[in-house]
Design a protein around this ligand. Structure first.
Ligand SMILES: [Fe+2]
Length: 329
């Protein structure tokens, strides 16, 4: 596989056995800058001193080193991607690792195209998260009051990126579709900015549910669904003490309201749903369709457009749904 995406990406191989370590080096060296170490302590030193994009980690390092290292990487707020490569994967360690936001879990013996595929995908994801960071940075003047310590921004960015990259990618795409729609709407620039920020943060309440839900696109139980339905209100509470544009708050609280009044959390109907939330509601629906949302498989863009048209006046604001269908058509 060609490493067309980023030949300069730097990978740290953490593997105590010489054989697998050397074969990983051989496979990865044509594509990436490499560091390779045989224990967690040296790995941590390298992580402190170098810019590492991705770590391949053998969970079965002596003692509990593998899991501990993973924990330390996350505790220190690093968003380095981690790919677990191990010969002794157990379900428990896989689940643990996934909760730590690892990119992938591969068991030995691995095949080379699979391994490279997983690594490229993980690096792609990291780049998307970086772009999202950039967007949040650009908007930070709107949501961090003057004099507020920068750590607040840092905290939110870390939360979005490191703890739940899927959410960060979804936010990024919803932001993009929202911007498309806004380009065709006549609104004051300030309102548009507030709505765009809302698009980036709309699901931030899901971070409050972290650890209580299975991540990814696995099917949710009824209980999990009920918990998920609280995320708009949780999101609103998370940001309560901060200064945000009204539009941003509207989006976070009301992006799951439906035009016909059967949405949540307040069963608002029609234009009682803030405009900002109706706009992002369409972008969110579209992304869940084309990227595959919770419990749903992705559909094609024409199918998604058709669905948006059908939902005009039901889930979605009819005029905005019509406009959006035309834009993506
Ligand atoms: Fe949501």
């Amino acid at each position: 596989m060609e490493s067309s995406q980023s030949p300069q990406a730097t990978i740290l191989i953490v593997e105590d056995e010489e054989g697998p370590r050397e074969s990983l080096k051989m496979v990865l060296s044509p594509h990436f800058n490499l560091y390779s170490v045989d224990n967690a302590e040296v790995a941590l030193n390298i992580l402190k001193e170098q810019e590492i994009d991705l770590v391949t980690l053998d969970l079965k390092l002596p003692g509990k080193q593998g899991m501990d290292l993973l924990q330390k990487i996350r505790d220190e707020g690093r968003d380095t991607e981690v790919v677990i490569i191990t010969g002794y994967g157990t379900l428990e360690s896989a689940v643990n690792a996934i909760q730590h936001g690892i990119a992938a879990y591969i068991t030995k013996p691995f095949n080379i195209p699979d391994l490279l595929g997983v690594i490229h995908k993980a690096l792609d994801r990291r780049r998307q998260v970086d772009t999202l960071r950039g967007s949040l940075e650009a908007f930070s003047s709107l949501w961090v009051p003057a004099g507020e310590p920068a750590s607040l921004t840092e905290k939110l960015r870390t939360l979005l990126g490191a703890k739940n990259p899927e959410l960060a990618q979804h936010a990024q795409r919803v932001h993009y579709y929202t911007s498309l729609l806004l380009e065709h709407m006549e609104l004051p620039a300030k309102s548009k900015e507030g709505i765009q920020l809302g698009a980036l943060l709309h699901d931030i309440g899901q971070l409050g549910l972290q650890g209580r839900l299975a991540l990814g696109n696995s099917e949710h139980t009824t209980e999990e669904k009920e918990l998920l339905a609280c995320h708009p209100v949780i999101g609103e509470r998370m940001l309560q003490s901060m200064t945000f544009p009204e539009e941003t708050r509207d989006v976070i609280r009301s992006h799951h309201e439906r035009f016909d009044g059967t949405g949540f959390p307040n069963q608002l109907q029609g234009e009682a749903i803030p405009l900002a939330a109706r706009v992002v509601g369409i972008a969110n629906t579209f992304d869940n369709l084309v990227s595959g949302g919770v419990d749903t498989m992705p559909v094609t863009v024409p199918e998604a457009r058709e669905y948006i048209r059908q939902e005009a006046g039901k889930a979605l604001d009819p005029a905005l749904a019509d406009l959006f269908a035309k834009i993506v058509g």
